[in-house]
Design a protein around this ligand. Structure first.
Ligand code: FPP
Length: 243
């Protein structure tokens, strides 16, 4: 924290990793080569985030809408997640990383579901970087699931409808108990949220870059952190009140 109480390093960074397909196309390669190259950027980003003192890193790996992609691309992506998970989990564990997945897990293939469960269990007591991978995730899906859960509690009498507030709803979301992202990074040139953490990103600082995800690395991460440090976060207060 500096004198104004603002954190110098964001506690939670969320990332939309976009541009793998264009990176591949620019090299005359198939799209899946771009995704494969994107895994390297994931690895590098995890290392830098830990080194810079970020506590939570949430990566958007596959959205609820990505199921609409050609079957071959979806299947190759799932294969890549499985391969990367099985290859990296020991190293992540050695580096004290706690790994968690959010999203409609039941929609994934069974060997991936099993590997996710193994990885989460293996790393559950680690207290270094929290790495959260959003797979088959959508912000609307998350809000719908939370609403269903609140409705069930209201019907069973566990919760009164008038007691539903921000905290009660947040407690039903995938990131319950985890501080909201302070900074959202999106590569690939688009300036939109694309149904990522709709509730949790309410006050995040947004940093967009034109670079494609396989080209993202330490330099770009540090640029995003510098941008974050330059922002005054007001949460509805005036600038004078915050200062
Ligand atoms: C968006 O680029 C990227 C994805 C849908 C997949 C992201 C996956 C990875 C980076 C692979 C590894 C991830 C983990 C967690 C091991 P795009 O295909 O939409 O690119 P385009 O906009 O150029 O077509």
């Amino acid at each position: 924290m500096d004198d104004s109480g603002q954190q110098q390093v964001p506690r939670h960074v969320a990332v939309i990793m976009d541009g793998n397909g264009r990176w591949a196309r620019a090299r005359g390669l198939p799209r899946h080569a771009g995704h494969r190259s994107g895994v390297k950027s994931v690895r590098e980003t995890v290392e830098i985030a830990a080194k810079r003192g970020v506590s939570y890193l949430t990566l958007f790996a596959f959205s609820s809408e990505n199921w609409r992609r050609p079957a071959d691309e979806v299947s190759r992506l799932m294969g890549l997640f499985l391969e990367a998970l099985q290859r990296e989990v020991a190293d992540l564990h050695r580096n004290n990383v706690r790994l968690r997945f959010i999203g409609a897990r039941e929609r994934l293939q069974s060997d991936l579901i099993d590997s996710i469960a193994v990885a989460e269990k293996k790393t559950q007591d680690n207290d270094g970087l929290n790495l959260i991978v959003a797979t088959a995730y959508g912000g609307r899906w998350d809000l719908v699931e939370a609403s269903k859960s609140l409705a069930k509690k209201a019907i069973s009498g566990e919760l009164s409808v008038d007691d539903i507030d921000d905290d009660k709803l947040a407690a039903e979301l995938s990131l319950a108990g985890i501080p909201d992202p302070d900074l959202l990074i999106r590569t690939g040139g688009e300036r939109r949220i694309s149904n990522f953490l709709l509730w949790n990103l309410a006050y995040a600082e947004l940093w967009f870059c034109d670079c494609l995800w396989p080209d993202f690395g330490e330099q770009q991460f540090d640029e995003a952190l510098a941008y974050y440090r330059s922002r005054q976060r007001r949460y509805g207060y005036t600038g004078d009140q915050v200062a």
